[in-house]
Write a protein that binds this ligand. Structure first.
Ligand code: S3P
Length: 171
């Protein structure tokens, strides 16, 4: 049987972290972030891990985190990195997988409209080039949808409305 974690997946910049922080209050659950766990394990930023060790090494760490969550974590919102559903074998064992769905344009506009847009783009090695990021988005979409238990649209929606959807499903 699945445990009761909620696993938020979706493309870079779609708002997984922001939503996770709202949900921890609304659903009275703990929250963790796979990138934060990896940065703690390595004592360095994701950007540095990519630059020094390469992407495969980072994906190995994501898999370790996925296995650890599936075996040790309950009653928790887990915010994941955008590549997580593409590379982590234990995703489904971690909990109910919820895809935050948006078009690429919606995501890009969300980043540009944020007060720290430059920082958001800089910390993401795979968002350096917008055209390449768009290609990556298109390549990933099918797998995102296939691995999700539930798909929730976040495009042009208030955070409050999205939280209401989660309350309906999980409370
Ligand atoms: C990645 C997304 C990032 C981070 C890393 C790789 C990806 O997380 O895990 O830079 O492959 O899409 P966010 O989705 O939080 O940006």
């Amino acid at each position: 049987m699945k445990n009761n974690n909620i696993i938020l997946v979706g493309f870079m910049g779609v708002g997984k972290g922001t939503l996770a922080r709202e949900l921890t209050k609304a659903l009275d659950m703990m929250v963790i972030d796979t990138d934060d766990l990896i940065e703690s394990m390595e004592n360095r930023k994701v950007k540095e891990i990519f630059a020094t060790e390469g992407e495969d090494y980072f994906r190995g760490l994501e898999n370790r985190v996925g296995t650890w969550v599936s075996k040790n974590v309950t009653n928790t919102i887990v915010s994941t990195g955008g590549g997580f559903p593409m590379f982590v074998k234990d995703l489904e064992k971690m909990g109910t997988v919820v895809l935050l769905d948006s078009s690429f344009n919606g995501i890009y506009q969300r980043i540009l409209n944020s007060p720290n847009a430059e920082k958001k783009l800089k910390k993401r090695p795979l968002f350096k080039d917008t055209e390449k990021a768009k290609e990556l988005y298109e390549k990933r979409l099918k797998t995102y949808r296939k691995r999700a238990d539930l798909i929730i649209s976040v495009e042009n929606r208030d955070l409050k409305d999205v939280v209401k959807d989660f309350k309906k499903e999980f409370k």
